[in-house]
Design a protein around this ligand. Structure first.
Ligand SMILES: [Zn+2]
Length: 155
């Protein structure tokens, strides 16, 4: 995957609308696209129904993965919200990017983790990539900032 991703404003708005709908619980979902462009956003039920954690409904996740393959797209990002904290990955978020018991093997080495945070009444969105074999606090990069004047965002 290239070094940046783009997302149209309407897709980002849809993700944010999802986060607001399930607030104060965490929202989660999958973004799919072609190359560096996100083309679809899929909402997934957070089976934890929690304000501090998320776990995707596995049946929905499988159906979404099938649909993504059928459309010839690839999983580009996994998103979730932090209803009461900034848009930075928690230790849990980072730990869960790895296969259980293998902290140097990423489950999705190519995906970006998009987080919608909520600080002092304002929403913020950032995307992170988790890298293996680095200290946890260095395991992500920050991004998703305005890109040109097309209403897109990029890393
Ligand atoms: Zn999180």
């Amino acid at each position: 995957m290239s070094q940046y991703i783009t997302i149209r404003r309407e897709l980002l708005d849809d993700i944010i609308a999802h986060c607001k709908e399930v607030y104060p619980n965490e929202a989660c979902g999958i973004l799919a696209g072609r190359g560096n462009a996100i083309e679809r956003a899929y909402r997934i039920t957070n089976i934890n129904n929690s304000t501090v954690t998320y776990e995707m409904d596995s049946r929905e996740q499988i159906n979404v993965k099938r649909e993504i393959e059928k459309e010839g797209l690839k999983i580009t990002c996994i998103y979730h919200s932090h209803p009461a904290s900034p848009a930075y990955p928690s230790q849990t978020d980072i730990a869960r990017a790895y296969w259980p018991g293998a902290d140097d093997v990423l489950i999705y080495p190519d995906v970006y983790y998009v987080i919608v945070g909520h600080v002092n009444g304002a929403l913020e969105t950032r995307a992170f990539k988790v890298y293996p074999k680095q200290r946890p606090e260095k395991r992500y990069s920050q991004g998703l900032r305005p890109y040109g004047d097309t209403g897109s965002f990029c890393l």
